[in-house]
Ligand binder design. Structure first.
Ligand code: ADP
Ligand code: MG
Length: 354
């Protein structure tokens, strides 16, 4: 229990506590910094966080799984320490009038980290929401998401879009968020009871800030420069043909953004209509686009996705930033157990997340 962990570490009950889910993206990959749609869903797994404000500028943080109570100054440099995201959240809570000093924090998570399931967004959004509840601020969840994104962009130096923060701030477990990342307009869609969006970890680990995510973002910047606009996702086929002068790599990056955006709109409709055949097909097409045009998959993940579909999923694809992490598969609940056992028997490194 989060209250017990907090009390054992800091000797008093926390002032506030709450749960923030992780998220998995069903479709719409690398569209969120290119003016497109995304369709993430909140997971049952996530972070329980408890917090009490402090009168000084220090932070004490305990997180199950880390063998220390970290004690840090609010105004120190980013240390490449596990507490960086939490510290960033408090620094930005301060800048936005949600908090006026440090805090004692306890975290219990059942969400794997670094798996593309947004534990980082869950910790920043979770802490900002707790600070909001203490300050009685009226900042809405969209604004909280924007601040959480700033923490990743400006404090951590991770150039992510807004999808993760919006997904974990707004969607509840079992709900998908059909989000226009340019206008920040969204619709919440319930995942029908008949199906499960299964998350399987490939067993291949990646570090997002190791550079390849930045590389793709920079390649998109070249496309944006050539188009004279930032919303690559929204371009027409005619606009796309104007990119013929660019190296083929950039054309493929642009084609992924353009087609992935269109697939995401169709997938949201399919989900709403309970048309799992179309949804599954779109997920498969999305994976092929990530594999061939955006080039962010790995051969081992391609095979995992192929087997997931061959063994009875409606559709499957790699999910998250790329180069490792998880796949997501749309599976009829009545087949889930058999499907999962058969898939994991073929892939010794893979494991079921949720
Ligand atoms: P993810 O794909 O899970 O978002 P990231 O590398 O973006 O992976 O974020 C992981 C970072 O988020 C960790 O290094 C840590 O700073 C923070 N974090 C995530 N979960 C926890 C936790 N349970 N306790 C403390 N910090 C956490
Ligand atoms: Mg993250």
């Amino acid at each position: 229990m989060i209250e017990t962990l907090f009390r054992n570490a800091f000797g008093a009950a926390p002032a506030v506590s709450g749960f923030t889910p992780g998220r998995v993206n069903l479709i719409g990959e690398h569209t969120d910094y290119n003016g497109g749609y995304v369709l993430p869903t909140a997971l049952e797994l996530g972070l329980n966080i408890a917090l009490s404000p402090r009168n000084d500028n220090s932070i004490r943080i305990i997180s199950e799984g880390y063998d220390e109570v970290a004690q840090i100054a609010l105004d120190g440099k980013v240390e490449e320490h596990w507490s960086d995201y939490a510290r960033g959240a408090l620094v930005f809570a301060g800048k936005n009038g949600l908090m006026s000093g440090g805090a004692d924090i306890a975290v219990i998570s059942n969400l794997p980290q670094g798996a593309g399931l947004s534990s980082s967004a869950a910790i920043t959004v979770g802490l900002l929401k707790l600070a909001r509840s203490l300050s009685k601020s009226e900042l809405d969840d969209v604004k909280i998401s924007q601040i959480a994104r700033q923490i990743e962009n400006d404090f951590i130096g991770m150039p992510c879009g807004i999808m993760d923060q919006m997904a974990v701030a707004i969607a509840q477990p079992g709900q998908a968020l059909f989000l226009d990342t340019a206008a920040l307009i969204y619709k919440v869609i319930d995942i029908p009871e008949s199906h499960h969006m299964a998350v399987i970890h490939s067993g291949k680990y990646r570090l997002l800030n190791e550079g390849r995510y930045k590389e793709r973002k920079e390649e998109c910047d070249v496309v944006k420069e050539s188009l004279g606009r930032d919303d690559i996702c929204q371009i027409s086929d005619k606009d796309f043909s104007s990119l013929a002068k660019l190296d083929n790599v950039y054309q493929r990056r642009a084609r992924h953004c353009m087609t992935e955006h269109r697939r995401t709109i169709r997938a949201a409709k399919a989900l709403k209509d309970k048309d799992f055949k179309s949804l599954g097909q779109l997920m498969v097409e999305s994976h092929i686009s990530m594999r061939d045009d955006f080039e962010i998959s790995l051969p081992a993940i391609d095979i995992l996705v192929e087997d997931a579909v061959a063994l009875g999923a409606n559709g499957a694809r790699m999910t998250g930033g790329g180069f490792g992490g998880c796949i997501v598969a749309c599976v009829e609940k009545s087949r889930l157990n058999d499907w999962r056992n058969a898939l994991l028997a073929k892939h010794q490194d893979a494991f079921y997340v949720c």
